[in-house]
Design a protein around this ligand. Sequence first.
Ligand SMILES: Nc1ncnc2c1ncn2[C@@H]1O[C@H](COP(=O)(O)OP(=O)(O)OP(=O)(O)O)[C@@H](O)[C@H]1O
Ligand SMILES: [Mg+2]
Length: 512
Amino acid sequence: MATTEKAKERISDEAFRRLVESIVDYAIYMLDPNGRVTSWNPGAERIKGYGPDEIVGEHFSRFYSDEDREADTPKKVLDIARRDGRFEGEGWRVRKDGTRFWASVVIDAIHDDSGKLVGFAKITRDMTEKREAQLRLEESREQLFRSQKMEALGQLTGGLAHDFNNLLTAILGACELAIRNIDNPDKVRRMLDGVRNSAQRGAGLTKQLLAFARAQQLEIKQIDLKTFFADVTTLLRPSLRSNVEVVTEFSNQLWPIDADAGALELAILNLAFNARDAMKDGGTLKISAHNAVLKGSPEGLTGDHVALQISDTGEGMSREVMDRVFEPFFTTKSFGEGTGLGLSQVFGFSKQIGGAITVESRPGKGATFTLYLPASRIAAGDSPKLNGSRSLGRVLVVEDDMLVAELTAGMLGEMGFDSVIAHSAKEALERLAGGDRPKLVLSDVIMPGGISGVELARKVRERYPELPILLITGYSEQASAGHGFPVLQKPYEMSALAGAIGEVLKKEIAVN
Ligand SMILES: Nc1ncnc2c1ncn2[C@@H]1O[C@H](COP(=O)(O)OP(=O)(O)OP(=O)(O)O)[C@@H](O)[C@H]1O
Ligand SMILES: [Mg+2]
């Protein structure tokens, strides 16, 4: 009985040995408990380059790189196999000829019947080609991504350059004409109106850019959508062709929402203009809104929302286009016709106020965009009423750009303020130290050299705590940098300046 068992065992040992001997794709060999090679198969010879007679008896650390040997990796690896029974890993190993290959390694600890460690079984695979293929794939993906990004940036730069060039041409032309007709106030006024229009359009473009970066400064207020829509639709109609019919549908008792009115208006206009562009041959643009209690969808939203839908009967979109519509710079419109920023603004805005935007469409079947806006959490009547009494006084304008400083002073004059200009924060602090006590300090955030507007504001607050400060910036990062000072975003119009000063002084400021 015992002899047959032994014989069987020998046969299977023999079969196993032959199996191992025939494998060339894997290096399969044994190590003694100290890490010396005790057996060697053809796979090991093929992969590592050593014949059995030159390697058996050698320590397996010679397959490792110098760095790995210095870091004591071979010992660590055996310790793990000894402790856990097995080690698995990938890494660089060195062939006999000194070249490296990327190895996938498994080391099993082998014990005898009494549990004593008798050695290790080691299986190594050469993964170099697989790894290289993987790297090549990653590299080409990366390249594709880079080239898509470059294409997108190219489109953006081209689009913006084109748009801004047109605006600048209009502004330069109008200025030229105004200068020629300086004695004709009517003409000059018309030209200046033109300049203002162009500048407003430019401001609109930068607004879209900031919005998609989710860096626009939002002024969240409670908005009643019904009255809001009446205004927006009026704004919208003139820019739609007569072959586009506008239908609005609002459920009664629509919840008020919390949002920034300007950004919401821009979002609606962006959606409506897209709908218009998709209906070259005419159709119906429907704007509707209803209350929606969300339970985790879309995009994990829960609770009270208002779903605002803009749908059209236009050309619709393919799946591929639909997947990319919210990507910044993605456009199917020809050069100069679209910057591909419209829906990015809508997307950025919806995220920033804690809502979401979804799209449904099929080619030839129109499109529906749904903007989910969180219902208001501000109790009605919460917003402080400004009283009507008017307080004029002196404003200290801190601005390094002469032209802007003069312009600001001019606007302040229209509101009934006097102004003093300081061309740097240092100058402003000197004035204050000299006993000057204006009603308000109005400072640009970025001023070359020395003290920034924010630092100035901190110093002023520290030294003259009762003195109100309003900062002005062209970058929204500073607007939301958590310094706690009120900020007005550039470019601004007189009404915005009056509004911001009004808030700071808790007074209503009228524009003459
Ligand atoms: N209502 C719609 N119907 C069909 N396609 C649409 C609709 N809205 C958007 N799209 C597709 O999504 C793309 C991206 O829209 P987005 O508003 O972001 O940019 P744009 O309209 O091309 O340019 P911009 O808004 O900057 O002028 C459009 O080019 C168009 O292909
Ligand atoms: Mg658009």
